[in-house]
Design a protein around this ligand. Structure first.
Ligand code: HEM
Ligand SMILES: *[C@@H]1O[C@H](CO)[C@@H](O)[C@H](O)[C@H]1NC(C)=O
Ligand SMILES: *[C@@H]1O[C@H](CO)[C@@H](O)[C@H](O)[C@H]1NC(C)=O
Length: 513
């Protein structure tokens, strides 16, 4: 646990995971622009020790303070360095708060005007309902395990099955990241908004969504966005009116529960159709920004290890059934058995998130508070929780911490109890506490089921027939939680011999007899 200071109005939001291993329990990375550091004399004895931030790498910056007048003028950033403290910070969400940053960033990202911004930032003193609390409840409600999620799962999986069924017997070259990006984005749009929706009508909007994703951090900075983030700026202006048309035509009757309930909450708090439409680009983005890079890296990791592919095929085969219906041979993959019968592919998913979900969580301190009864955190400070770094800490995961080794999740039971506990605590790809990712069940299904079908039914290779490699990640942009590859990977995909003529489907209901 450390504290750093700056009088600047800019704080690094996220960190890069390649940090030397010499710091015992993680890492400090705080890149600050032009700053003046204060001496230690202002530090309360109960506060954590001061470090001068190192700048190994200028991360990305976010200017949260300009608009908060004096509240944040003297910036303290506490950097959490142990899993225990990270969990404590997530638990103490009333005072170590995500809502302020989230509200601020969401409004800036989608260029909300004063009216919508006031609705988002309205926080009644005694914890009574607000737009943001209603929204939280609706999001978590509709993505929790249950009938609504099953419906959402089957919508997205039906879409993804269609894209796998389109793959031919003759090898075809695909840019892997782009292919996944396009299929998941169109799939999420169909899932969230039903058909037809603005993206199904105009697939060029896929590019707009990802331009917005690419420029997100700069848009949140809101410093002449038209010039500093031209593509993201243009994307917002293209996507908002097409969603207004969607709502005005009543097409939202086909939307899933998440979108419908979100609209109900928005209307209750007085948001207009235009304001609701402004936010849609961020919803589609949120659905894909972590899913696509993690699906990509999971596929690369698996297909770079031929033995692993063989073992996975044996495992996945057990949860499929083959039938002939109306003269067409279908192979169904039974989703409800995935978690219980497929520990190896689940471990591959876990291991991908461990290595490639590198982002940090950021919070603000609303009141002076003791963190875990140990450290005093001062009102107005930032807390940075670099979860990605905790997930690859050599002291917790052993000498192969930086390597992809799914077996580690399958052999955890044979570890000494304290090591096992340390690993469980250090593993938080979905965050924790009140803001634990509500999309984690959906993410598991839409990534693992798709990859399972791909592994069982298809061969993937480089253009010259070799096995895939795991490409380097790109420079970590502001606001990015899961890194995309620096360069796309061109791959050949073909159907495997025994599945040349089959139709693939996901069975989201029944357990196989
Ligand atoms: C592998 C995929 C995913 C990963 C690794 C992931 C990770 C995360 C993390 C770490 C957070 C917490 C951020 C924080 O505490 O600062 C979060 C929040 C969130 N995630 Fe995900 N996510 C994934 C997929 C999804 C999907 C598919 C959705 C569905 C639309 C989704 C919706 C959300 C939402 C709405 C929040 C904000 C929760 C809040 O308001 O506090 N996520 N996600
Ligand atoms: C994967 O991680 C989750 C925690 O997110 C854990 O509950 C589960 O047991 C892990 N499973 C495997 C097979 O690694
Ligand atoms: C994903 O993990 C692998 C480690 O196996 C690493 O080589 C790769 O660079 C990682 N990608 C990112 C974007 O962190």
């Amino acid at each position: 646990m450390h504290v750093t200071y700056s009088t600047q109005s800019i704080v690094s939001f996220l960190t890069k995971s390649s940090w030397p291993a010499f710091i015992a329990f993680v890492v400090v990375l705080t890149s600050l622009l032009v700053l003046r550091f204060l001496g230690a004399k202002d530090v309360d004895p109960e506060e954590p020790p001061v470090v001068r931030p190192r700048i190994p790498f200028v991360g990305h910056m976010i200017g949260l303070l300009r608009h908060h007048n004096n509240y944040f003028t003297l910036l303290r950033i506490y950097i959490v360095q142990s899993p225990e403290l990270a969990h404590a910070a997530f638990r103490q969400s009333k005072t170590i708060d995500f809502e302020t940053i989230k509200g601020y960033a969401s409004c800036k990202a989608v260029a909300f005007g004063q009216h919508a911004t006031d609705v988002v930032n309205f926080r009644p003193p005694n914890g009574e309902d607000s737009y943001m609390s209603d929204l939280h409840q609706e999001m978590y409600g509709s993505l929790a395990q249950g009938p609504n999620l099953l419906e959402t799962n089957s919508r997205v999986l039906n879409y993804l099955a269609r894209s796998l069924n389109a793959i031919q017997t003759t090898p075809k070259e695909y840019p892997l990241f782009r292919w996944l990006r396009d299929e998941y984005t169109l799939g999420s749009a169909a899932t969230l908004y039903g058909l037809p929706n603005p993206l199904s009508e105009d697939p060029n909007l896929i590019e707009s969504v990802w331009d917005f994703e690419h420029d997100l951090g700069v848009l949140v900075l809101d410093f002449f966005p038209k010039i500093t983030a031209p593509k993201g700026y243009a994307a917002r202006n293209v996507v908002t009116p097409v969603f207004e048309k969607y709502y005005n035509a009543g097409l939202n009757k086909n939307a899933n529960t998440l979108v419908q309930r979100r609209e109900v909450a928005a209307r209750q708090w007085g948001l207009t159709t235009k304001e609701i439409s402004q936010a849609e680009i961020s919803i589609i983005m949120a659905a894909g920004t972590n899913t696509v890079p993690n699906a990509f890296y999971m596929i690369c990791h698996i297909f770079s290890q031929p033995d692993l592919v063989i073992a996975l095929r044996q495992e996945i085969n057990k949860i499929t059934s083959r039938k002939t219906r109306d003269g067409i041979e279908t192979v169904a993959l039974h989703i409800s058995m995935l978690q219980s019968h497929c520990p190896l592919i689940t471990a591959c998913f876990n291991e991908t998130l461990r290595l490639n979900k590198t982002g940090a969580a950021v919070r603000t301190v609303l009141e002076d508070v003791m963190l875990d009864n140990r450290y005093l955190l001062k009102k107005g400070a930032f807390v940075q929780i670099p979860t990605g770094l905790l997930q690859s800490d050599l002291n917790v995961w052993g000498p192969d911490a930086k390597q992809f080794n799914p077996q580690r999740f399958l052999t955890q039971n044979s570890l000494p109890k304290d090591v096992r506990k340390a690993q469980n605590q250090a593993y938080m790809p979905f965050g924790g506490g009140k803001n634990l990712c509500p999309g984690r069940h959906l993410a598991y299904t839409e990534i693992v089921a798709f990859v399972a079908m791909l592994v069982l039914g298809f061969e993937l290779s480089t253009s010259d027939g070799g096995k895939l490699h795991v490409p380097k990640g790109e420079f970590q942009r502001l606001g990015v939680a899961s890194i995309s590859p620096e360069k796309d990977l061109d791959i050949l995909i073909t159907r495997r011999k025994e599945f040349e003529d089959v139709t693939w489907e996901f069975d989201t209901g029944t357990v196989m007899e």
